[in-house]
Design a protein around this ligand. Sequence first.
Ligand SMILES: Cc1ncc(C[n+]2csc(CCOP(=O)(O)OP(=O)(O)O)c2C)c(N)n1
Ligand SMILES: [Mg+2]
Length: 818
Amino acid sequence: MPKSMVVDPSVVRRAGKLEIASIPVNQYAEDFKAERERFGSEGLKRIWLDMVYIREFESMLNTFKIQGSWKGIEYNHKGPAHLSIGQEAASVGQCASLEPSDFIFGSHRSHGEILAKCLSASRRLPEKELLAVMEGFLEGDTLRVAEKAPHESVLDLAESFILFGTLAEIFARKAGFTCGLGGSMHAFFTPFGSMPNNAIVGGSADIAVGSALYKRINRKPGIVIANIGDASMGCGPVWEAMCLASMDQYRTLWDGEIGGAPPILFNFFNNFYGMGGQTDGETMGYKILARVGAGVNPENMHAERVDGYNPLAVAEAVARKKKLLLEGRGPALLDTITYRVSGHSPSDASSYRSKEEIELWQGADPIDHYAAYLVRNKAATKAELEAAREAAIERLASVVRLATNEGECPRVDGSFIESVMLSNGKAERLEDRKPEIAAGLAENPRVKALAGKARFAFDAEGKAVPKNKLYQYRDGLFEAMLHRFSIDPTMAAWGEENRDWGGAFAVYRGLTEALPYHRLFNSPISEGAIVGSGVGYALSGGRAVVELMYCDFMGRAGDELFNQASKWQSMSAGLLKMPLVVRVSIGNKYGAQHSQDWSAFVAHVPGLKAYFPATPYDAKGMLNLALRGTDPVIFFESQLLYDVGEQFESGGVPVGYYEVGEGQPAIRRAGKDLTIATLGATLYKAMDTAKMLEEKYGIDAEVIDLRFICPLDYGLVVDSVKKTGRLLLASDAAERGSFLHSVASNVQTLAFDYLDAPVAVVGSRNWITPAAEMEELYFPQKDWILDAIHERILPLPGHEPRTVQTTGDLARRAKKGV
Ligand SMILES: Cc1ncc(C[n+]2csc(CCOP(=O)(O)OP(=O)(O)O)c2C)c(N)n1
Ligand SMILES: [Mg+2]
C-alpha cells in the first residue's frame, strides 16, 4: 500500500451492508430502424453473409474430418478442428462493433472469430491499405496463392485471402497465416486485429490484459477482447487476469492522462459446456455467468448477459462496452450465451447431452432467424440471400481446392522451424519517442548512493571492501533496468513489491522515484497473470520486465512460462516477437517452498532463453543483454548473491553500458588439472574448493562459470576439458534432472576422447530444502565437491572424505528415489 493512502481502522471497522447493483440479463430490444441507421442495409446483409461464411467453412471442415472429402475434393486433415457451428452470431455480432485497431484474442474454438474479425476489418480499411497488407504479408506468399481464386474486386480478393490464409493455416501450409506452425487452435492474423488464439483453456485472459496494458500505457487506439469459454471461468489464471485488470491503482494512482484502466473486455462465449461438463448446473455454481462480475469490483465489471444468438444484440452490447473501456472505466465482462451445435470436436458423440436439447437450439438457429429478420424488415429478399450463399460457397470451394493442393501449398521444413524458435533480434528501443522518466537522474537517491560505492570487491591493498561501501550484484541489476527504462519508452515493469517496497530484495530501490506508475507498478499476487500479461504486452509491441519473487512460484505461472512465453514466437512463424524478461529469484533460508532452483524446467522447454549471472559484472551485463533482445529470457538470480561485490573483473563493474556475450561461459580461475564448471551461486564454493585443491593437494583447477543455460556455447568448456581431461559440474539445483546432466552428457559426447574420468555432477540433495539451520545438509558444500573429485574423478592423495560421494551411493540414492 502506498503511503499516500491510509487504511483507517475507524473506516474499515464500521458496520454496514454491501449493496450489489443488479446485472442486466438479455436486455436487448429489437429496433430495426435504429439498426439500419447504424449499419445500413448493406451492413446488415454483411452480418448475415459473414455468419454464412463461418457456417460453411466449419461445415466443410467437419465433412473433411468425418468423410475425408468435401464437394469431390479428397483430403485427410490429421489435426484438430474445434468447430463453432451455432456460435456464428456471437462472433460476427462482436466484430460488427470493432475497428481493425481493436484486438481479439481467442481460444481453441476460434476459426469463426478469425473469419469474423478479418472480414469485418478488411471492409473497414481503405482499399489501398487493404491491398498493401495482403501484398506485404509473408512477402506476398499467401496472396500469391489466394489470388488464384476468382475475384472481381479488392474486397472479393480479401475474402479469398482471409478464407485461404485461415484454412491453409489449419492444414499446416507454409502460405497459412502463421506458415502452418500455429494450426487450427493457434491461428490468427494480427494486421486485422485477430490476435493469438490459445489452445490452453482460459490462456488468452491474462495475455489479453497484457495487450490492453500495452494499449493503455503506450496510448494506442482500440480495445482488447479476451474471447474465452464459459468453462474457463474455473481457471485460476482467468480470475488472476480479472484481478489484474481491475486494480484500483489505474484510477487512484496512475496519472489521469494515461486514461484509466486497461481497455479489456472479458467476453465469455457461453455455450454452456466445457467438453462434456455442463457449466450451468453441473461443473460451476454461478448459474448465470455474468454474476461473477459482482465478485471482482464495485462496478460488477459492467457485467451483463447478452443473447449471442442474435448478432445485433451482441453488436449493441459490445459497442456500449467499447465506449466505457475507451473512457478508462473497464474492465468489462460479457456473458455471451450461445450454443455449439457441433460436437466439441468431430470425434465427439455428444453422449453428455440430449438430442432434444440440440434440436431446441437448432430450432433457434441464428443464421436462419437473422435471415428471416432481414426479409421481414425488407432489408433483403430470400432469393438475394440464397444467391449470396451460393457465391460464398463457390468462393470457399476455390479456396479449398488451393489449400488442399500439395503442389500449390507446400509445408515448411525443419530448418524453417529451427529458424523461428528464437528471434535473436536487438532493439535499442521499440518505439521512437521520449521515455517517460524523471528528469535529473543524477539526483536519484540510488544513483547518488551508487556513485560513492566501490565497484570492485577489494581495495588497492587487496582488502575486502565493507558491504555498506560496496557496489553489489543487486546494483548491477538496477543500473541495467534504469538504462533501458531511460532509452526504451515502451518498457514497463510489474510484479509483487515492484514499487514502494523498492523491489523484492531491494533491486528496484530508486526506480519508484524515477518512474511514473504506469511504467513500474505493483500487481496482485497473481503469478500466472504477471507472466501472462507480460507475454501479451510483449507480443503486442512493448518491452516487459516481470518478476517472480521466488523461483518456487514458477509453478503458479507454469502455463504462462512454458506454453505462452516460450511458444508464441515460433507458433507465429516469427511474426510475433517476445521482448519479455522474467526475473526469477532463487531463494534460501525460507525452507522447502522458497528455496528451490528450478532452472531445469526452463532448460527443458524450447523457445525460452535462460541466463543465470553469478557476479555483479554479469548481473548488469547480462541484464543489459536481455533488455536489448527480442526473445523471452528467464533471468535467474540468487538471493545468496544480491549483496556480493565484483571479485573477478579487476576493473570492477563498469559505470557505462556493456553486454556480456550471449551464451559464453567465463573462466573464473585458470588451471590445468581439472575443470569445475558451475551455474549460479555455487561458483563461490567452487572457487574455495579450487583454492584448497591447490593448497592441500597441489592440483590446479580451472573454474568456469557457465552463466547461460540457453543458448550455451560449449566451446570454452570443451577446450578446458581437452586441457584438463576432467570435469565436475556443480550447482544448487537438486541433482536429479538438473540441467547440469545435459551439460555432462554433451561434454562427454563432444570431448569423449579427451576425458580421463567420467564427468561428475554435484547438485543439491533430492530432498526438500530443510530449514536455514540445516541447509548445509542440502546445498552442495566445498567438501561435497572435494569428495566427489576424490571418489569419482581423481583420487586425492591422503584425502579423507567427510561425505559420501561414491558411485555406489549415487546408485543407492537413485534406487531409493532420493
Ligand atoms: C488448461 C486446459 N485444460 C483442459 C483442456 C482440454 N480442453 C480443451 S477445450 C476444453 C473445454 C473448454 O470449454 P470452454 O472454455 O467452455 O470452451 P468451449 O470448448 O465450450 O468453446 C477442455 C477441457 C485444455 N485445452 N486446457
Ligand atoms: Mg463452453
